[in-house]
Structure formats: structure tokens, C-alpha cells
Design a protein around this ligand. Sequence first.
Ligand SMILES: Nc1ncnc2c1ncn2[C@@H]1O[C@H](COP(=O)(O)OP(=O)(O)OP(=O)(O)O)[C@@H](O)[C@H]1O
Ligand SMILES: Cc1ncc(C[n+]2csc(CCOP(=O)(O)O)c2C)c(N)n1
Ligand SMILES: [Mg+2]
Length: 321
Amino acid sequence: MNDAFIHSEDDFLALINRYFPNEHKELSIARGDDCAVFACPPSLCVTTDLFVEDVHFRTSYFAPADIGHKALAVNVSDLAAMGAVPLGFSLALVAPRGVPVSFWEPFLQGMAHLAATHDLVLTGGDLSDGDKITVGITVWGAPGQRVLARGRTRIGDVLFVIGRVGMARVGLGVLEAGQDLDAFPACIRQHVHPEPLVEQGRLLAALPGVRGAMDISDGLEQDVPRLLAPGQGATMFMDPSVIHPEVTMYCARHHLNQARFCLRGGEDYALLGAVEPEYFEIVRERIPEAWKLGIVTANGFSLDGTGIRLQGFDHFSHEQP
Ligand SMILES: Nc1ncnc2c1ncn2[C@@H]1O[C@H](COP(=O)(O)OP(=O)(O)OP(=O)(O)O)[C@@H](O)[C@H]1O
Ligand SMILES: Cc1ncc(C[n+]2csc(CCOP(=O)(O)O)c2C)c(N)n1
Ligand SMILES: [Mg+2]
């Protein structure tokens, strides 16, 4: 079976059924009918993310289990960013017919492991042949104590980050170059296997003074303005003590400004938040991975005292950071 290829949609669905249980206390009709039917809270947080071969990952350096994990992790991260608790997901898969069962088994196992960690039920999906492996996931969850929305910041709020930034960008750079892999194990891991910060998001939603949050997928340069209310700016400082030593080494070797590099690095799936200044210490006490990035201002952006023009990852831009 392992070296074989999948010969029918029913074969593929049977494979999926081996990795994902098809019963859950909230499901009254499970996978297999035209729709699944499930009980849900009075309001749901719902989000969709695509994970596409040669755009988000390459099979040459991603293990199949990491592709399965990360395709779901980037979706769960969006729920974490709202302070929500994940409940279920739907999986749309473009599975090129030349990809063998020996790829799909660990792929499904990696995804199922993360789903089980967060008690997420797979309610259904769709399958198609196509040119590139493409994973489209819609995930939903129950709002936490409060919803951590964007666009509600006020001038003087403290901007903070939970988690590291810049590591996944180093991982991507090293993997794409195919050199020095042994020198950057933590950054490579961060790129191929990010862990969504669900517990931290849930904690944040219960803390006083927190105005909102988002996950950092495209890089702080792109994402900070998305968190702010329209027209606002930010004074930012990149504390060298929060930068991982592998990032420092990578920037030194490539003669890069590490603060700027970290600001542009996407795909770490750290959380960016804003809090009323008098409550920042509580955030730091309750969530030890939180560090201060800066202060919300009336307009304009600066990093370490110098004005900057912002540029993060954009799928449709020709200039890439
Ligand atoms: N094809 C689409 N149709 C409708 N709405 C969309 C579409 N693509 C994106 N959106 C909406 O636009 C907003 C921004 O989308 P985006 O994918 O950039 O989300 P993000 O959280 O900023 O990034 P990420 O998904 O990488 O975490 C979201 O509210 C999303 O639902
Ligand atoms: C082969 C390859 N080339 C480039 C990148 C970089 N990249 C792709 S999508 C993205 C932003 C997040 O995605 P989205 O905005 O879709 O959520 C970034 C930084 C990569 N991961 N792999
Ligand atoms: Mg997001």
C-alpha cells in the first residue's frame, strides 16, 4: 500500500478515516453526507487559510507530516489571535494523482496529531486532482471571554508581541539556499513546524485592558498597521534580548540589520497585541513570552529611533522584503 498511488476518491476518504475519528459529541451528522451537522455556541469565530505547494512550502525540504501540521496550524493560529477555542475544521485538498500514499499517510498523521491536541473535529471537505498540492482549511471555534479584534487601539497603548519574530524567515532563507542547515535548527523548526499560541490567546482574552490582537503571518511591518485604528502609527523598539541567537548569527553572516530583518520576517505565527499602558505589566506577568514592541502614536512609524517605510509579505506585490 505504501508505494502505491490513490486510485479513487473512496480510497482517499478511507485513508482520511484512518487518521480522523468520525464522531464527536457536537456532531449529529458526521462526514459522509452532503453536509455535516454540528451543535455550536451562539457565536462562532470562523477563518480560512490556503497552504500551497511552492508558494507556502516545498516538498523538497518539508517532511509530509510538517506540511499536514502547518496547513492546520496557520488556521488555528488565526483563532488563537482572536482569543478563541478551536472546535472543528473542514479540509479542501488538491491532491495531484502522482503523489503516493507514502506522502499522504504522514501528511494526515501530522494534521491529525495537531487536531487531537486541540480536540478539533474534521467535519468534511473536498478532494480534487490538480497540478500542485493545495490545502484549503476552514476552521472555527468558540469566542473566549472577549474577542480580540483589530482596529480598536488608542494613542498611548502599549504594543506587545507574544513569541519570537524573525526565526521562520531565517529558516526559509536557509532551506531555500540549501546551505548551513545544521547551524540553524531552531529557525528551521520554526518555519516547518510552528505551534499556534492557543493557550496564550485564550489567556489574553481574559486579561483587563487588552484592546485587541492578531497573529503575525506576513511580518510586523505589514501586520502592525492592520492592528492599529486607521491613521495611527507606532514607535517601535526591537529589544536585542528577544532576538534568537540563530537570527543574530544569520544577520551577521549576511550583513543584515537584525531589527529590520525581524520586523519584516513573516510566518512565525507569534501574536501581536495592544493593551492600555497600565495593564501591560499584568500581560507580562501572566504570559512570560510577552515583550514590549512599542507605543501607538498619532501617525508615522519608527524603529529604534529612525523613521521607516513599511514593507511586509504580499502575495501580489512584485517587491518582496
Ligand atoms: N477570497 C476572499 N474572499 C473573502 N474574504 C477574504 C478573501 N481572502 C481574504 N479575505 C478576508 O480578508 C481579511 C484578510 O485576509 P488575510 O488572509 O490577509 O488574513 P490575515 O489574518 O491578515 O492573514 P493570515 O490569513 O495569513 O493570518 C480576512 O478577514 C479574510 O477573511
Ligand atoms: C517557497 C516559499 N517561498 C516564500 C515563502 C514566504 N511566504 C509565503 S506566504 C507568506 C506569508 C504568509 O502566508 P499567507 O499570507 O498566505 O497567510 C510568506 C512569508 C514561503 N513560505 N515558501
Ligand atoms: Mg491572521
